[in-house]
Design a protein around this ligand. Sequence first.
Ligand code: SF4
Ligand code: SF4
Length: 295
Amino acid sequence: MLVTNLYCNYACYYCIQQKSSLDVRKNPKKIDVDGVLKFLQRNRIARTVSVMGGEATLHPDFDKLIEGLLRLYRKVVITTNLNGRWYKEFPATLAKMKRWGRKIQWNTTCHPAWIEPELYIERVRKIRAAGLRLKQVATPDTKDLTEEISEKLCRADIGWKVQILTGRDETGRMVPQSMDDVNGKYELEFNPAKYIEHYDEYVEECEDASHEGNHAREEMVRCVTSRFLIGPDNMVYPCHRHLYMADQSYACGIVDDLKMKNFRFKWSAIFRRWTLHCKTRCNPCDFRVVKTASV
Ligand code: SF4
Ligand code: SF4
């Protein structure tokens, strides 16, 4: 997975990438596209690759990155808020998306504080009408999603879904940590056991991720994580927690190290995972790919 940059055209209050003291969404770092492509050409980590931000389309070399990835992978998954300068001249953008074709899967999120639902619906429809693969059409369950907006999105018949919020509540606390954090308004969609694998363990593992709080675990754990994340600082990380904190003591290595010779942790190409010892608590978005055991 490539986290091309953390900056974003939006500033959602519930963003998981927001720190209380230093907002990572303002982090100006961005991946070096040539370096990352070279690394991926040498190291075939997976058959598909995911691209996300912040808002990845804001990366100045976004087009070059995608064209390079299309040469290397049979499938490229792009997560985007479907807004911002890359989409401004929409007909031209759509023509480019068509040229890239169906090897790309577009996962989109509508954040109602920043885009009119009508504009989002129109773009989703145009992308689909162009024959492209657009899978996720969703909005996180927050106070920004009013009944009126959800009705519009629902009635548009575009396969729109409400997402369980994995982010911050209005007080800045990371949620969900328990069933009480799950908004009961949309009960049918929000059965956490359905949306979050190992939900029971998740409740135990998650924590208040506020940077004023304490990230440390009480005891060291052995972590087996299958996240292979390249961050905007061109470092490889085993999870979002350490990537967002730019915690280089847990960075596995740097993309310039093409043979991964000096990588601190070993990536198992057979099991497709890292094994490392960690004394930090996980981010909710990492939990699904992590198994930990006390050491
Ligand atoms: S669009 Fe996504 S990355 Fe950007 S601020 Fe909102 S939640 Fe964060
Ligand atoms: S235990 Fe959690 S925070 Fe530590 S490396 Fe694993 S996923 Fe990251």
